[in-house]
Design a protein around this ligand. Structure first.
Ligand code: SF4
Length: 114
């Protein structure tokens, strides 16, 4: 059955889903599935899309050609009262060094092409 506006499926992802998934499922049951910030692979499976790990992290940089930023971790284990990061992004998780080296090499390769 099609949803309103001819939409077949409706998936929600991001910080709000990460933090309030259970509440959102109850309050907005029309959504077919909610995915947290680290659940991209599951979303791709739902979409019957290829999960190409090598494409994760593929980026268009806006920095000058001679440098780029690498995100080395996600989340936080602290509980500063004014901050929602731990609630939205979850516990601190470091990216594996192999993944970072690969991303850095990809960035260097794409910078040398331009
Ligand atoms: S991310 Fe938020 S909770 Fe974590 S240290 Fe920074 S301000 Fe505190």
């Amino acid at each position: 059955m099609k949803k309103q506006g001819g939409i077949d499926k409706l998936y929600v992802t991001g910080c709000l889903s990460q933090r309030y998934k259970d509440d959102l499922e109850k309050e907005i049951p029309e959504v077919d599935a909610y995915f947290g910030t680290l659940e991209l692979p599951y979303l791709l499976v739902k979409l019957n899309a290829d999960y190409k790990h090598e494409l994760i992290g593929e980026r268009i940089t806006t920095t000058p050609q001679h440098y780029a930023y690498l995100k080395i971790s996600e989340g936080c284990n602290r509980t500063c009262s004014f901050c929602a990061i731990p609630l939205m992004r979850g516990k601190h998780v470091s990216k594996p060094i192999e993944e970072l080296v690969k991303e850095a090499k990809n960035l260097a390769a794409s910078a040398s092409k331009s």
